[in-house]
Design a protein around this ligand. Structure first.
Ligand code: ADP
Length: 444
């Protein structure tokens, strides 16, 4: 082929985007195509040395029209020592007469003769300054003499393979870098998110702590205020008594003052007991002693305790059971405390009416609870007060007299047992307070 034709072939191969795109197989194909056409050989291959440089592996072998790449082709230094020695020089192997050339004659019986190959031209492929393989051009038919121009053409094509290899490793590095960047970004994002979460949690925790602190201050202020009222009463009546005594009044005449002192002191004691109870519950120091006990006798017994109190307001007292309620596992004393509180409230705020305790099963989701409903036909509670009933010291205006702690304690205790208390009421018609107690309140 003419020199210009070779140059054209080379130019068109070197312009392919496959080479600088690092698309190796595509590059090998078009380079070997140019080899076969330019040198007019039937067979050509791209061979790359393996990292140990003891073996060389065929990456692509083309043979005439049909491209072929049978099973992996590997030549070893042990099989073909002289050929590998020639490769070590990193120069072209120009074997005009391949079967007799000492560099290639090792291939004679196994390869050259069976395939009818007479001349071979191997040109080195370089990558990063090192020879990494060869393009092998194989001529069949009468032996030929490779011209300088042909050798230069093949060498230039081998350089293109080198360029493709360089581009390929660049593309790979870029991909790795991109993947690395992506994971890095992901990690930065994760970290940032975790930090943000931690910050939000810390802010929330601080706010909660501040709120708890404020609640505690409010509670203390309330407690001092509430305790001062009966104490003030006690001291006031004591003053009166002292005054009376100085006027030589008899002890019998002081009965009224003494009764008032007793009342105030009892109120004080009730309040201190309630406060202690409440602070125990709120500090999480409530020790629940869960045992198993049948519901019906417990309810009858509890009702008997408060009955005189409730009946004092000319009220009738009823009890209604759903049949076969069975047993619950809970702290009996604490459940009793809640029921007594609800029942005595019902009695306290009902005159000439009815107080009914209804006990039934109630299932919420998969949890079976027992509902203890305390119905009364008393004064009722208007909507605006309903939400505040369970707040410490809260008393509906006009109903003062208690400690305002009973419902707060009952609710806290019920919740400590995994239960709850709800209220429904209508002014003038009465109220229903319900304690929901899990069938097994031991776990809570
Ligand atoms: P107290 O010791 O003051 O009764 P509680 O916490 O038990 O404290 O009740 C808070 C307030 O809720 C009561 O002061 C009263 O105003 C209202 N209340 C509770 N139970 C009833 C009821 N059955 N009917 C009407 N009002 C009630």
């Amino acid at each position: 082929m003419m020199r210009e034709e070779l140059e054209l072939l080379l130019l068109s191969a070197s312009r392919s985007s496959a080479i600088d795109g690092g698309r190796l197989q595509e590059s090998y194909h078009l380079i070997l195509d140019a080899v076969c056409r330019g040198l007019q050989v039937a067979r050509a291959g791209v061979w790359l040395l393996m990292p140990d440089r003891m073996r060389i592996r065929c990456e692509l072998l083309v043979d005439g029209e049909h491209h072929r790449m049978e099973e992996e082709l590997i030549l070893t230094r042990a099989q073909f020592p002289r050929y590998f020695e020639a490769l070590d020089t990193e120069r072209s192997i120009t074997a005009h007469n391949a079967r007799h050339d000492p560099q290639t004659s090792e291939f004679r019986e196994s390869y050259l003769e069976p395939l009818g190959i007479t001349s071979m031209l191997d040109v080195p492929i370089r990558h990063r300054g090192q020879m990494v393989g060869i393009i092998c051009c194989e001529h069949t038919g009468l032996a030929r003499v490779w011209s300088h121009e042909e050798a230069a053409f093949a060498a230039a094509l081998a350089d293109l393979v080198g360029r493709a290899l360089t581009a390929h490793s660049q593309v790979q590095t870029e991909q790795e870098l991109r993947a690395l960047n992506a994971t890095l970004e992901e990690r930065v994002r994760d970290r940032t998110r975790a930090l943000e979460n931690a910050l939000t949690e810390a802010t929330l925790a601080r706010r909660e702590a501040e709120e708890a602190n404020q609640a505690k201050s409010r509670f203390l202020a309330n407690v001092s205020h509430e305790l001062r009222t009966p104490l003030g009463g006690i001291l006031g009546y004591c003053d009166l008594l002292i005054d009376d005594a100085s006027h030589d009044q008899t002890i019998a005449e002081a009965l009224e003052e003494l009764t008032a002192i007793q009342g105030a002191a009892e109120h004080l004691l009730a309040m201190i007991n309630d406060i202690l109870d409440l602070s125990q519950v709120e500090a999480g120091a409530l020790h629940l002693k869960a045992t198993s006990w049948p519901i019906e006798p417990f309810v009858t017994e509890t009702l008997a305790t408060v009955r005189p109190d409730v009946e004092r307001g000319q009220n009738r007292v009823h009890i209604e059971f759903e049949p076969s309620l069975g047993e619950v596992v809970a702290d009996r004393g604490r459940v009793r405390q809640i029921l007594i509180n609800l029942l005595s409230n019902a009695g306290k705020f009902t005159r000439e009416g009815t107080v009914t305790l209804k006990v039934r099963r109630h299932t919420e989701g998969s949890v079976e609870t027992i509902a203890f409903e305390v119905h009364d036909t008393g004064i009722g509670i208007s909507e605006e007060h309903l939400d505040h009933l369970f707040t410490r010291f809260y008393q509906v205006p006009g109903t003062e007299g208690g400690t305002g702690l009973g419902l707060a304690i009952s609710k806290a205790v019920a919740e400590a047992m995994g239960g709850s208390i709800t209220v429904a009421s209508e002014p003038g018609r009465g109220s229903v307070f319900t304690l929901f107690l899990p069938r097994s309140a031991a776990a809570a």
